[in-house]
Every structure is written in structure tokens, then in C-alpha cells.
Ligand binder design. Structure first.
Ligand code: CA
Ligand code: CA
Ligand code: CA
Ligand code: CU
Length: 453
């Protein structure tokens, strides 16, 4: 043992040198370990694959001053499906080309400002950055800046540059995203006008969908066989909104429902926070304004989210290698198997409908699609706030707002308008009436209340 080792050991014991946590699940070169400015920490391993491009595994989150727990065992892009409106091409970019190997770009330092480039066999393919993510919260005079760890790569497939990005927020939120930029891929003559948009004389940009799929193999708390998935719907009755959670016992294929405010969550049936509520993650598909339920020969497009029992050969949402009897796509992965006490996988998707426009040339803007994974009861309270429970602040109610001036409402004969096809008398100042009601309600609500002895 030489003298420098002694010196290092003394410094380490005395706390002068931070102890570097060695990667448990991969070589140090493929280990990402980031502590964000407010002390929340994310650590995980990454791997390069020809089809998925960069795949992440053993994803752990440690809240500021909290417990380190695994969230996802593995997470990857599972397909980019691009059917064109004139049915001329229906690309399955991840399986039929790939996000990795020759399709993954070498990133330059200027593409990864203030970040760190991670390399795979001498090629810098992944950018690791810490980025501000706007306010974590802003209450009274207290403002907390939020930050996120971002990991992105770039893959060039045809004329498109895809940017798979994973953002890990300091509050535990995970936002898988996909940017699409580069240039338009397909054009046609004027006869294709119904399937696209005129760009120049005799040239029509053909419209298409980008269906993005992710395979999310959650493993909450590092235990795979005790995670369960619920669907949450809300129904309305007499002005009241009622919540209804339904737990899946078998594999499921489900779709967004904006009317029922539908979302899903994965929860651990054993681990709870200090309030005895199961630790969980909400799964939200908020960009549901565009959907693709394609032709019958693409049954995997029928639904937006699939819950399946983990199978190592089920890798891609479509064009999955069906050798050795493996199923071909999501519609057959979800074949009714029991998922109670099993290792479950969530396949989530979102769609971007791309109608070309003049602005798409000569350089197409990066259009982004996201899904959101948000902690629910993972913590005991907002992990970024040191404030005591908020109850204390409600002891002093805010001042009662001044009574709004009375504005005469002009009543007109509805029949006049009904005759012209109007459904309500438009001379009513609806916003003003709403505002008056709102103020009256607020005045009532914030009256100091007295507790009965
Ligand atoms: Ca678990
Ligand atoms: Ca199955
Ligand atoms: Ca799992
Ligand atoms: Cu496009």
C-alpha cells in the first residue's frame, strides 16, 4: 500500500473527497448518476441497441433527502409507425430500419451545451444535460426553480431526424419524448391534393401520422411481481364528478377518453408512503387530440395503451420478431393472460398528425410528442418544499373581494335569435354574469368560518 492510497483513504474518511458510487448494474462507462441542484438524484444504466437505439435500464430515483428506489427496470422506444395518407408507405422505422447502429448520429459538443457526451465505441451518441424546467412551484414570495436531467440521442432515418429524449424531473416526474425534424420524406403531384398540402406548383407534401410507442417495464421499489395497474375514470352526475378506479387482473388494451378524463397508474401493492397510500406513478397520455385507429391489418394501432405480462421476446409494438412462437404485435401480446402477481409491462403511445406546410422546407421544425409519468403518493409531500404542511396558511382567510358593480343585463327576445339560428340570446353578457357569480361565490367561500365548540 503506497502513501498516496493512505492519503486518499484519510481524505475519504474525513469527507473531503465525495465517494463515487460505482454502477451496480453496468460498466461505469454506461452509468448515468446525476444529482440535480436541489439534491434530487437520478441514476440508471444505458445501453446501445441496433433497433431501440439507446435503451435505459435500472432507473432509480432518490428524492431530495429521501429513499432511493427503482422506478423502471427498463425503458425504450418500441416503435415509430408512419403511415402516409395516400397509403403509399407505412413505415415501421424502429424495426425496419433502427434508431441505433449506422442510423444513430455522432453528436457534436455544440449540440450538447453544458452537457456531457457519452460514447459508444468511440461515437458520441448520447447527450446528458441538466436543464431548468421552469418553476417547480411559486407560492406567495416563495419560488422554487425546477430542474431536469435530460438524455437525448439523434437518429437519421430517411429524410427525418428523430430525437428520442428522456427527461427526469427533480420531483420524480419522467417525460419520455420524441422530436421529429429534418425534411419532409414524400411528395406527389396535384392528384394527391386530398392527401396532403400544396407546397409549390405540381408538388404536394403528403400528410402522414407519426405513431410513437414506448415499452415501459416498471419495477416499483425494485420488486417486479407486486406491481398492479389501474385505470381511473371520472363520470359526471348532477354537477358532481365521481372517481372510479378499476384494477386490471388480466392483460388489457385501452384507449384515451377525454370525456371520462381517463388516466392510468401503476402502483406497488406492498410499499406505501407514510400516509399508508401505495407508492405509484400516474401514466398520462395528454396529447390525445390526434389518434390513429388504422386499418384492420394494423391492429396494434387500435388502442393507446397496453398492459401485458413481461416476455423477453416481446420488444416492439409492431413487426416484432415472431421467431420461436413470439407474438407479432401489441394486439397479440395482450392475449388475456392473468397479470396478478406477475411482472407487468406498460406500452404507451401517442400520435402526431403531420400535415405539411410551407414552413417545413428547407428545414423542418422539430415537432415534439410526449407522454408523462408522474409520481402519486411516492412521497409524503411535495419533495421540493421544506415548508410545513400547508394547513397553517389557511388560518388567515384572504380578504373578501369588493362587491362587483351591478351591471344591468339587457334581456332580448330569444325568439328573434332562434329564428336566425341562434341558440341563446347573444345580448346577455355571459362572461360578465359568470364573473359576478364567481365573485359572489368567492366572497361566500372565504368568509372566516367558526368552529362549533
Ligand atoms: Ca414493486
Ligand atoms: Ca400476453
Ligand atoms: Ca415490470
Ligand atoms: Cu412528419
Amino acid at each position: 500500500m503506497n502513501i498516496s492510497y493512505y492519503l486518499y483513504a484519510i481524505l475519504l474518511c474525513s469527507g473531503f473527497i465525495p465517494s463515487l458510487q460505482a454502477a451496480e448494474f453496468c460498466d461505469d462507462a454506461y452509468y448515468v448518476d446525476t444529482t440535480l441542484p436541489n439534491q434530487a438524484r437520478w441514476d440508471m444504466c444505458w445501453e446501445h441497441r441496433a433497433r431501440e437505439g439507446v435503451l435505459l435500464h435500472h432507473i432509480h430515483y432518490t428524492p431530495a433527502n429521501g429513499t432511493r428506489r427503482m422506478v423502471l427496470y427498463q425503458a425504450a422506444v418500441a416503435q415509430i409507425h408512419v403511415p402516409y395518407d395516400n397509403n403509399s408507405s407505412r413505415f415501421h422505422d424502429v424495426t425496419d430500419y433502427g434508431l441505433g447502429d449506422k442510423y444513430i448520429s455522432a453528436l457534436k459538443p455544440e449540440e450538447c451545451i453544458s452537457g456531457k457526451l457519452l460514447n459508444y465505441f468511440g461515437k458520441n451518441i448520447l447527450c446528458q444535460q441538466v436543464q431548468p424546467r421552469d418553476d417547480a412551484y411559486s407560492v406567495d414570495n416563495e419560488r422554487q426553480q425546477g430542474d431536469a436531467l435530460s438524455l437525448f440521442s439523434v437518429s437519421v432515418i430517411g429524410s427525418y431526424n428523430y430525437i428520442p429524449e428522456w427527461r427526469f424531473f427533480d420531483d420524480g416526474t419522467i417525460q419520455p419524448g420524441m422530436g421529429a425534424t429534418g425534411a419532409l420524406q414524400r411528395f406527389g403531384y396535384n392528384s394527391l391534393m386530398p392527401h396532403g398540402w400544396p407546397l409549390t406548383d405540381y408538388k404536394v407534401g403528403i400528410a402522414h401520422l407519426h405513431n410513437f410507442f414506448w415499452k415501459l417495464d416498471f419495477e416499483l421499489g425494485g420488486t417486479p411481481n407486486d406491481d398492479a395497474v389501474e385505470e381511473i375514470n371520472y363520470t359526471q352526475s348532477d354537477g358532481k364528478t365521481l372517481r372510479n378506479n378499476t384494477r386490471f387482473t388480466t392483460e388489457a388494451a385501452r384507449s384515451v377518453d377525454p370525456v371520462q378524463l381517463r388516466s392510468w397508474r401503476i402502483l406497488d401493492t406492498q410499499l406505501t408512503n407514510s400516509k399508508n397510500l401505495p407508492i405509484s406513478y400516474d401514466i398520462q397520455l395528454p396529447e390525445s387530440g390526434q389518434r390513429d385507429a388504422g386499418p384492420s391489418f394494423e391492429p396494434f394501432t387500435e388502442h393507446d395503451i397496453y398492459i401485458t405480462k413481461q416476455k423477453s421476446c416481446e420488444l416492439f409494438a409492431s413487426h416484432n420478431p415472431s421467431t420461436n412462437g413470439c407474438a407479432e404485435d401489441l394486439s397479440t401480446f395482450a392475449n388475456g393472460e392473468n397479470i396478478e402477481g406477475q411482472d407487468v409491462v406498460v406500452w404507451a403511445s401517442t400520435t402526431f398528425y403531420h400535415m405539411p406546410r410551407a414552413e417545413d422546407a428547407p428545414r423542418m421544425d422539430a415537432h415534439w410528442s410526449h407522454i408523462s409519468l408522474i409520481p402519486r403518493d411516492w412521497h409524503d409531500k411535495n419533495p421540493l418544499s421544506d415548508s410545513a404542511e400547508t394547513a397553517a396558511k389557511t388560518s388567515t382567510p384572504p380578504p373578501v373581494p369588493p362587491t362587483p358593480p351591478v351591471v344591468p343585463v339587457e334581456v332580448v327576445n330569444t325568439a328573434t335569435f332562434l329564428g336566425k339560428g341562434w341558440l341563446y340570446p347573444r345580448h346577455f353578457n355571459i362572461p360578465l354574469i359568470m364573473r359576478s357569480l364567481q365573485l359572489a361565490w368567492a366572497a361566500e367561500r372565504f368568509k372566516p368560518f367558526t368552529k362549533s365548540p
